[in-house]
Design a protein around this ligand. Structure first.
Ligand code: PGA
Length: 248
């Protein structure tokens, strides 16, 4: 029997893309689709958050670990809550690279999100060179352990984990279902060393060039509970077909 705690989730990460017309199109499409038995989250650029109706579950792509104050250009968890967010992507590889977010920074953001009762979608994933070096699992453990150290293992019951191999993001080079399953199983096993119950119930989603055409096979892997979708989340039709592929 399926584990109800691991009801599938598909999140669309629009990154720095989108438009008012796309907000309307996506809104309309999600309203008319049968999306029972799964969670669908849209993570648009910040100004678009306020344009969605409350029927759409929203996430942000980043947040500050500060609560408020003189941090020009940043956004706090409480502001995100005010604009209807219930999720926030934390530690996306593009932010780790472009904004020099370290494992320690990411851990602080996870803590701040949890504090605001936002569900962090915590992104982890290796570059091609880490994978080639044979240090994949040590690297992944390091990304996870920094967050465990900051918030404690029990808080992972309020976190969604996203495995996003950097070499697969926006490249059209999807991890094979077996490659995705191997890492998801490792992540679950790594958490299980601290708390088997948390590990059994945490949602772990895959991200990296997911499309309507490959979603079903990826999502049918034992430890894959849905997806974090970049490019394809900008195409309402393709995004919907990915969502439907995740339905239990
Ligand atoms: P992609 O991006 O689907 O365009 O590869 C995934 C992500 O970065 O979240």
């Amino acid at each position: 029997m399926e584990n109800p705690a691991r009801r599938p989730i598909v999140a669309g990460n629009w990154k720095m893309n989108g438009s008012r017309p796309l907000v309307d199109l996506m809104q309309n499409q999600l309203e008319h689709a049968d999306l029972e038995h799964l969670d669908v989250v849209i993570c648009p650029p910040l100004p678009y958050l306020g344009l969605f109706k409350s029927s759409v579950t929203l996430g942000a792509q980043n947040m500050s670990h500060f609560e408020s104050g003189a941090h020009t250009g940043e956004v706090s968890g409480s502001i995100l809550k005010e604009f209807g967010c219930s999720y926030v992507i934390v530690g996306h590889s593009e932010r780790r690279a472009d904004n020099h977010e370290s494992n320690a920074n990411v851990a602080l953001k996870v803590a701040a999100a949890l504090n605001m009762k936002l569900t962090p979608i915590l992104c982890v994933g290796e570059s091609g060179s880490v994978r080639d070096s044979g240090k994949l699992f040590t690297f992944m453990a390091g990304q996870i352990d920094a967050v465990i150290k900051q918030v404690g293992i029990a808080q992972f019951s309020n976190i969604v984990l996203a495995y996003e191999p950097i070499w697969a993001i926006g490249t059209g080079k999807t991890a094979s279902p077996a490659q995705a399953q191997e890492v998801h199983q490792f992540l679950r096993g790594h958490l299980a060393k601290q708390d088997p119950n948390i590990a059994a119930n945490i949602k772990i989603v895959y991200g990296g060039s997911v499309k309507g055409s490959n979603a079903k096979e990826l999502f049918s892997q034992k430890d894959v509970d849905g997806g974090l979708i970049g490019g394809a989340s900008l195409d309402p039709k393709d995004f919907l077909s990915i969502c439907l592929a995740a339905k239990q």
